[in-house]
Design a protein around this ligand. Structure first.
Ligand SMILES: Cc1ncc(COP(=O)(O)O)c(C=O)c1O
Length: 445
């Protein structure tokens, strides 16, 4: 016998591993990587728009000329030259010395994802409450769940987190005798919501948090990818205290270098460094040098414009197709930046139950349930327009609209408890060659 699907280790796992189960959605995404499927699921940036030859030459030089340092360990906090670049990038959103920021307050991480995990390690005990938008970033949910925290969702509308709902959530948590540890928020070009918190609401939410003594964890991967206006001021740029800020180079340069950061008050920063050293010793010096050299020597602001124009065209293609093809009763957000549109299905439809049928019809999305820790989100789904070219996006949305139309017809024919709930739930088998360049990993970002 070479193996079994039964797990012989179940009685030995730590408590926190109990919820670590591969979902059926993962199995579907394996099929969705086929080139004939238009994937509107994953949030992979379109790195092919980078000047790849020039970046390749730069990487070669980093090893050939500076290998003695770039192939070496570095300090746990991260290389100072990169932390200076990070401060320059953050200053575009108003986070600078005027609000007490210096490279000393920055910890370099393996993407914003590790930064999230570090914050969870430093702040969360099992059973602690984290407030987060509903829906929220799937990778943050994974981190909070691994820390055995209790995520309480706060509803959003077209302008992001609703301040009154935050006040209400705070009241409910306190009435239940508990205290929320922090508010996790993606205020700008939300993943998965595609909405953005306007200036006055930012102030209001910061004021609510200040009064409640609630720490804010601001996650901002997309802030420099706005389509219509200058960058909005980050929450961290509006206050000196009370906000821990997460940033990343995944969407402005490369997700493959796995470089992000956390900006935190001095005492917290100290603990984050110790937590990071326990996890990874230090971030990759090669990746840090790549990012530093890219930002010091290449026209990164021009490249940002290229990315913005490209993603704006794709957003336009997605919105036009939604407008042209979606059946009545379907609604969606209108992102002013970032990668995602949040779709609300007609009453009674279930995006998770519909996914196998959608993939059978050669289009993939992420069901809304992935973005809630409490089982919510069935009537919603996330579409990512960042990776496929505009014609593919249009095709994908057209296919999705057909699937939704068919679901509606089935509902009309059989009623709410009809046979289609259980029908076609098996993962469809689709043959054909794979093409890694056309089909990035699905659904994780
Ligand atoms: C809101 C949000 N936070 C964090 C991340 C993780 O990014 P990174 O690639 O920097 O780990 C993502 C990635 O998509 C994201 O959308």
């Amino acid at each position: 016998m070479t193996g079994t699907t039964l797990d012989d280790y179940t009685d030995r796992y730590a408590q926190r591993a109990r919820g670590m189960n591969a979902s059926e959605i993962r199995a579907l995404f394996a099929v969705a990587s086929r080139p004939e499927v238009v994937s509107l699921a994953g949030g992979s940036p379109y790195v092919s728009a980078l000047p790849l030859d020039a970046v390749g030459d730069m990487l070669g030089e980093l090893v050939a000329r500076h290998g003695a340092s770039t192939l070496q360990y570095c300090i746990g906090q991260g290389d100072l030259a990169l932390r200076e670049v990070i401060c320059e990038v953050m200053s575009l959103e108003g986070i600078d010395a005027s609000v007490g920021v210096s490279p000393d307050d920055v910890v370099v991480s393996v993407g914003a994802q590790q930064a999230l995990d570090l914050v969870a390690r430093v702040f969360l005990d099992p059973g602690d409450v984290v407030l987060a938008e509903g829906p929220t970033y799937v990778g943050a949910l994974g981190v909070f769940q691994a820390a055995q925290a209790d995520v309480v969702h706060v509803p959003m509308d077209d302008e992001g987190l609703i301040p009154e709902a935050l006040q209400e959530a705070l009241r409910e948590v306190s009435d239940s005798g508990r205290r929320a540890k922090f508010l996790y928020t993606v205020p700008t070009y939300h993943n998965p919501g595609g909405v953005t918190l306007p200036g006055p609401r930012r102030e209001w939410i910061l004021e609510i948090c200040r009064r409640a003594g609630l720490l804010v964890l601001e996650d901002n991967p997309y802030g420099l990818l706005g389509f219509d206006a200058d960058p909005l001021p980050a929450l961290r740029s509006m206050v000196r205290d009370g906000v821990i800020y997460l940033g990343t180079f995944s969407k402005t340069f490369s997700s493959g270098v796995r470089m992000g950061w956390v900006l935190a008050p001095h005492a917290v920063r100290e603990k984050l460094v110790i937590a990071s050293e326990a996890q990874i010793l230090c971030p990759s010096m090669l990746s840090q040098s790549a990012v530093t050299t890219y930002f010091q020597t290449m026209p990164w602001q021009e490249q940002l414009k290229t990315f913005r124009t490209l993603y704006a065209e794709r957003r336009d293609a997605a919105l036009a197709a939604l407008h042209d093809f979606m059946p009545a009763g379907t609604a969606w957000t209108h992102p002013a930046g970032g990668f995602y549109v949040w779709v609300t299905l007609p009453e009674g439809l279930d995006s998770k139950a519909m996914l196998p049928r959608a993939i059978h019809n050669r289009v993939a999305y992420v069901p809304g349930t992935g973005f809630y820790g409490d089982g919510g989100g069935r009537q919603h789904l996330r579409l990512s327009y960042c990776f496929p070219p505009p014609e593919r996006i249009r095709d994908g949305v057209r296919r999705l609209a057909t699937v939704i139309g068919e679901e509606l017809e089935l509902r009309t024919a059989f009623g709410a408890s009809g046979p289609f709930e259980a029908a076609e739930q098996s993962v469809p088998v689709i043959d054909g060659p794979r093409s890694a360049a056309d089909t990035p990993p699905q659904g994780l970002a």
